[in-house]
Design a protein around this ligand. Sequence first.
Ligand SMILES: *Cc1c(COP(=O)(O)O)cnc(C)c1O
Length: 602
Amino acid sequence: MNNYGIDIWDDGNFLIENGLAKVNYENKPSLLSIVKEVREQDFKGPLLLRFPHITKKQITTLYNTFNASIQEYKYKGTFNAVFPLKVNQLPSFVHPLVQSGKEFNYGLEAGSKAELIIAMTYNNLNAPITVNGFKDKEMIHLAFIAKEKGHNITLIIEGINELETIIEVQKQTSLSSPNIGLRVRLHSGGSGIWAKSGGINSKFGLTSTEILEAYEMIKEHDMINYLTMIHFHIGSAMNSIKPLKKALRESGHIYAELKNLGANNLNAINIGGGLAVEYSAYERSRFYSLQEFASDVIFTLKDIAKQKGVEEPNIFTESGRFISASSSVLITPVLELFSSEYELEHLNLKEKNPPLIEELNALYTDMAKRTSYEYMHDAIDYMESLLTLFDLGYIDLQDRSNAEILTHQIIKQAINKLEVEDYEELKKLDENIQEKYLLNFSMFQSLPDYWGINQEFPIMPLTHLDKKPTRSASLWDITCDSDGELPFDSKKPLYLHDVDLNKEDYFIGFFNVGAYQDTLGMRHNLFSHPTEVNVIFKNGQIVLDKINESQTIIDILEDIDYDTSDIEKRLKENLDINTYKILEKYLNENNYLKTIWSYNDK
Ligand SMILES: *Cc1c(COP(=O)(O)O)cnc(C)c1O
């Protein structure tokens, strides 16, 4: 049996029971039962299930852990947090998040004008909003308007020019200014693949000279009371805590020095995001706990405040991945197993076959447990020779087809015989006996970080979890792009089950996909987002909420600026009305593959 590393990555959110992957919450429904319920409503193709209760658990854990550390160290500052919208801006994620965060005064972070509009529309009124990223005058004016609406908003400046613009907007509009934060350009870098967000060569933040310059400029314009926050962000998915400690020291001293210079209202350090989640199904890749993270932050800041004789700063975090990643699961139906094309019924041996094929046939008929490993090995060798013979013109297409069928049948039989007896021996041949699973989804749309930066995601089938998976698997998506593949990797091997898809569905789950994937995904081959559903628990029942079906073909074409009435007009030409009606129905379906085709369907 193989538990797909669930005890490493699942953080208690899921469990395996009676061979099924289940949600570890309330009545513990199986993921399969949820998938069936959605599909009964005629939503086929890939599914993205969101679990708002998991997001809520993450928010609660974050606050409780920091607040516990604050008590332990008798720290005098408060803990505050915002969700960085770039990690997931979709309404069906954001609305429940804002709702769940209300009791903690959890806020939002915006990095662009559109995100700022989301924040000023939906943020709980007293909860903080922070604004990062490069800003023009209009964006800065938007922040003034948010303040006017009553929001508790802080503009974190990335450069002196932004400060100049704040001063200008204040003069021109006579509106009261939002709070001002300074993003520092650390000399210490980050860790993990995103390390370039921090460090002296970072794209972001003020150098020490610029910080002093900014301070003078703020003072000169009588705005010192608005300077409230020091900010840094050392990059996403920190796998070790050491760079954070360095960054805390550096920014803690900047905070303390500015306070001692006369920044009276400076009261907060915003430590950005970067809390990692565990994506690996093989060995841990995150080397700290949230508890350690929290106590390091508090201990370090307390120490600096004491050393420099200033108040202990309030703490802000902007962790996004930690809050959202575990709350979504992508579920893809398997459309086909590559070897299913090699069924025995298609074997068509001749009266007289080439000798190597006779050999293969003998291996197939004689196979016993004792000999299966050896026979499988031989079959693979013969197959290679036969392919060479085909290329040289010595065997014909029928021979080749027979050879392929026999080889695949030998492999299947050998695996069946060996799985119990000699699993380890079997694994040695993984590379040669891979099964390819064709999945009804697009890697580019649904796992863009796998495609772009080789981000690993935990993978687990939803069923058969009480049986040993015997096939070394590579996964293919349905785009016409050879990059749409998750190849078998013998260092991190994935094994799946040998299933007969004519008899049952087999679904593969990709876990921890709730951070960044939803809006980074791209419409390669015009595959739009999968059908999305929020799974809500109410009195022991699940409710499927905010179902958002994958876009129809005509909507996708409209989105990329085709004139849909022109499309319809042209398609109508030369077709009788009944044929066009069918065509019209197809235009109004989504782009993923359907396994059932019914001609008479209305
Ligand atoms: C991206 C970003 C975050 C979120 O980072 P995570 O790794 O998702 O926690 C927080 N703050 C800033 C400024 C960012 O750019």
